[in-house]
Write a protein that binds this ligand. Structure first.
Ligand code: ANZ
Ligand code: ZN
Length: 872
């Protein structure tokens, strides 16, 4: 038996079948035990899982299996983020319906996930593209409309004139559509919005309570919400200006710099700009040019600062008799503040670039500490740090913060047009969430437009609004819009012919509540509130940091919206958040400059030198840097191939072992092989233990000797440590503990043969614990070992081993023995052993006996728990 190798290819499918038949991971809601909800971000069904998925799900599965073993009622579901653009693109390329393509992919990926042996409750599987799911999203959309959480308004969008669709800011690259390459236009479209900005303050404050989130994610969310306290400030237009307004209101966060103001600038979309442009064709042309440039914040930041002098002037609010010119500037956004600013070039980089270009004054008003006013000048770089206000009349000598307050109070007390000149205002960078997409493959927005009655929600009894399947993609644009009949309906109120909304929802809506649906996936309402409340918040959410902002913020908002509409009773959906690092791999390049896949490369190591050649042609290959696995660099390893070669347990183990989970992990052949060898090592240890047990069956198990107790201490400490490390998500440290434990057990297996009656028990106990410790990580191997050990039931159902606390305390000390001041040996004794006992042991020590040569020592000095001195 000991020659037998563990064969994952046979073992893994076998145990997967056993778990499935026993319904081991099906979760019941009425189970009275404490709940634990662990969730990995659900995948987009692209067709195949990648190594990033393997890492993500391996981590989640360790947590799920561990918490089950700790006696919790664990919810660990899986689903599919199944709507979105790639399906439509595939449909166009392959002439397949997006639904067919998506469902095929789901089947393929589900089989792959199953081959990983994940402890998932598949009875709760959901796919966001199925009416069973999205009908509830439609119902909640209607609830949100009725609760005033949804609005419909005009907004500027990036419009791709070739693909005939709206593009997200990220899809506009250098002013062109990412797929079509067409120059993107700005269009005003009427769109649906969730009023997330109403929750800006609440979403910001809620972050303080999310103590189990990475600090960096909380910071990213804070910055995204972007709270700033500022002042709305009125600038009077000079008397005689023939515009409908007599003043311009700006928003500023730096009223302390008002004495340094040198111009006022309006957004190209400001109403006053529009008014002036009707009379001024060159201004109209400038505005059109700004629109072509795009509104993506990033584009704006990189773009050259450009302005148009309107010829208007305003009074300087504090410098008597001075005036400031009014420009229209491409970097002023209409959606922020008031859509107008005052520029202080000395202390704002954009303003400085602008001032240099249009030759406007640059007057410094903040003096850096330790600088003389006469020595301070601003060159090409604005001074934006702290300092003392100068050149500023009544603000001179104040700090920035003091000056902000003083200026705000000053302007609040003055009036312009009968209104206070300044009003303190809090602003947020967070915009309302536009959810309309002119796309087929998404959740239809459940609304009907009637010329008489206006825009009405679809009556709930008529839900779901199902996507038609007989669509064609031969024309660019929205296939729903092109469908001959789908959009033609009768008005639910007056019965007249009306038009169905053909926009679908942003796929981020789908992923904003799926974790709630998992708690009652088959309910005929969106949630069963008391069930959702019992499971939520998710105890541990695990996913990539790329979702740190949008997905998590939208989910936090949606939970609040669901609370406002009575679907759940909580604010924060995710109690613990963990963002895992990426999986990387070396890159390989052929002489032609093409990337070569790792499977086509043979790497040879000669001492410290590693060389590579092409597997088929033998051509020399350059070994490049280690990069995130990506198709473009071809440095990907296919999970299917790894599972076929090494088994899922090896892949899981390696993913968990090599680096801290929040860091990147480099996939290497050597690493996987090491993991595979470890698997065999555990298997051999179990076989050996069983054989020793069989040989010793006739022996009665005696009292454990020192050797046995030492081993038991190692075992119990490992059980304790692995548990704490898994709870702290330090999987690599848990793995390191297990390696150490295995080494200790392998060593002691050799010693057991010498004294089976005293030591076998400790070895058996240790090996059994080892099998339980590896079970969350290598569940198939663990089941096979459990069976071999003759344990009843499944290790997947076994409770986490109890730790004998008395074995955790280190209750022995090693005392050095000195004879006439020279170290001659040592003894291990229990802590606090009485001196007389210590003396007795010392006198029996071999080295001491030899040196005494039969005589009695002059003196023995025992320093308790420290050292023993023998004087001859
Ligand atoms: C004068 C000033 C002087 C400013 C100075 C800054 C530095 P945050 O902090 O990000 O909220 N601003 C206001 N509305 C704007 C808009 N619609 N588009 C572009 N820029 C706008 O930024 C607030 C600052 O950004 C405001 O404070 C304003 O410029 C500018 F030394 O006012 B400041
Ligand atoms: Zn009507």
């Amino acid at each position: 038996m000991s020659g037998e190798r563990y064969n994952p290819r046979e073992s893994e499918p076998k145990w997967q079948k056993v778990w499935e038949e026993a319904q081991s991971f099906v979760t019941a809601t009425d189970d009275p035990r404490e709940t634990y909800y662990v969730l990995e971000m659900f995948p987009y069904p692209s067709g195949r899982i990648h190594m990033g998925h393997v890492r993500n799900y391996a981590m989640g599965d360790v947590v799920a299996r561990y918490q089950r073993a700790k006696g919790k009622n664990v919810l660990h579901p899986m689903g599919w983020d199944a709507f979105g653009l790639p399906a439509e693109n595939a449909a166009i390329e392959r002439k397949l319906n997006p639904g067919t393509w998506t469902r095929q992919n789901i089947e393929a990926m589900k089989a792959q996930l199953k081959s990983m042996g994940l402890s998932i409750d598949w009875t709760r599987e959901i796919a966001t593209c199925e009416p069973e799911y999205y009908q509830h999203q439609q119902a909640m959309f209607i609830d949100m409309m009725q609760a005033g959480l949804v609005t419909r308004k005009q907004s500027k969008v990036n419009w791709d004139p070739v693909d005939m669709t709206v593009l997200a800011n990220e899809q506009v690259i250098d002013g062109r559509g990412w797929r079509s390459g067409a120059v993107v236009e700005q269009r005003e479209l009427t769109q649906w919005f969730f009023k997330i900005s109403d929750y800006a303050e609440d979403l910001l404050n809620g972050l303080d309570g999310l103590t189990e989130w990475p600090e960096k994610v909380r910071t990213m969310q804070r910055n995204w919400i972007g709270r700033s306290e500022g002042l709305r400030l009125l600038f009077e237009l000079l008397p005689g200006t023939t515009t409908s307004a007599s003043s311009i209101e700006v928003f500023t966060t730096r009223p302390d710099t008002i004495f340094g103001a040198s111009f006022v600038a309006l957004s190209p979309d400001h109403p006053l700009t529009a008014e002036l442009a009707t009379e001024n064709p060159s201004l109209a042309e400038f505005v059109a040019e700004c629109h072509r440039q795009g509104t993506a914040t990033e584009t704006l930041e990189k773009a050259e600062k450009k302005g148009f002098d309107t010829g208007l002037s305003v009074k300087h609010p504090v410098v008597e008799g001075a005036t400031l010119p009014v420009y229209v500037a491409n970097f002023v956004l209409m959606e922020y503040g008031t859509g107008a600013i005052f520029g202080c070039p000395a202390h704002d980089q954009r303003d400085l670039d602008f001032a240099r270009k249009y030759d406007l004054p640059v007057k410094p008003v903040v003096l850096p500490a330790g600088t003389e006013a006469k020595d301070f000048a601003v060159g090409d770089e604005a001074f934006t740090d702290a300092g003392t206000i100068f050149n500023s009349g009544f603000l001179d000598g104040l700090s920035i913060e003091e000056a902000k307050k003083t200026a705000a109070e000053f302007f609040a007390a003055r009036t312009v047009d009968g209104k206070p000149q300044g009003r303190v205002e809090v602003n947020y960078r967070l915009r309302d969430w536009g959810v309309s997409r002119q796309r087929y493959w998404g959740c239809p927005i459940p609304v009907i437009h009637c010329e008489v009655c206006g825009t009405l929600p679809v009556p709930k009894k008529d839900l779901p609004v199902v996507l038609p399947t007989d669509v064609t993609f031969d024309k660019p644009g929205n296939a729903l819009d092109h469908h001959p009949t789908w959009k033609h309906v009768n008005c639910p109120q007056c019965g007249a012919p009306a038009r169905r909304e053909t926009d679908t929802m942003d796929t981020f809506v789908d992923s904003s509540w799926y974790y709630t649906r998992f708690t009652a996936p088959h309910a005929d309402t969106p949630t069963i509130p008391e069930v959702a409340n019992r499971w939520l918040p998710v105890d541990q959410y695990i996913g990539g940091v790329e979702h740190a902002i949008l997905h998590l913020l939208y989910s936090r908002y949606f939970t609040r919206a669901m609370k406002a509409t009575g679907h759940v009773d909580l604010d924060e959906p995710f109690k613990g958040l963990f963002t895992q690092g990426m999986v990387t791999h070396e890159t390989y390049k052929a002489p032609s400059g093409e990337w070569v896949a790792p499977t086509d490369v043979v790497v040879e190591t000669n001492g410290d030198v590693r060389t590579a050649r092409h597997l088929q042609s033998g051509a020399a290959i350059t070994i490049g840097s280690v990069e995130k696995m990506s198709k473009s660099k071809r440095n990907v390893v296919d999970p299917d191939e790894i599972v076929a070669t090494y088994g899922a347990d090896t892949a899981r183990w390696f993913m968990l072992s090599d680096s801290p989970p929040e860091r990147d992990v480099q996939w290497t052949e050597a690493g996987v092989e090491g993991a595979s060898r470890f698997q065999q090592r555990v298997w051999r240890l179990v076989i050996e233990t069983v054989e020793l047990g069989a040989q010793a069956a006739v022996l009665s198990r005696g009292e454990p000797d020192e050797e046995a107790t030492a081993l038991r201490k190692i075992v119990h400490r490992a059980v304790h440590q692995v548990g704490t490390d898994i709870e702290g998500l330090r999987f690599n440290r848990a793995v390191a503990q297990i390696y150490e434990l295995t080494n200790a057990l392998v060593r002691s297996a050799g010693l057991v043969a010498a004294a089976p009656s005293a030591r076998l028990f400790a070895l058996e106990e240790g090996v059994e614990r080892l099998v339980q410790l590896i079970a969350p990580m290598m569940p198939h191997l663990a089941e096979a070992c459990w069976e071999l050990l003759g344990k009843p039931g499944l290790v997947a159902d076994a409770l986490w081993p109890e730790v004998d606390e008395s074995l955790l305390v280190d209750d022995t000390v090693t005392l050095p023995i000195q004879v006439n001041g020279k170290r001659r040996g040592e003894i291990v004794v229990s802590k606090g052993l009485p001196n007389a006992e210590v003396e007795r042991l010392v006198l029996a020590n071999d080295a001491v006996v030899r040196m005494l040569e039969g005589k009695a020592p002059k003196k023995i000095v025992v320093v308790p728990d420290r050292i023993v001195n023998v004087v001859l």
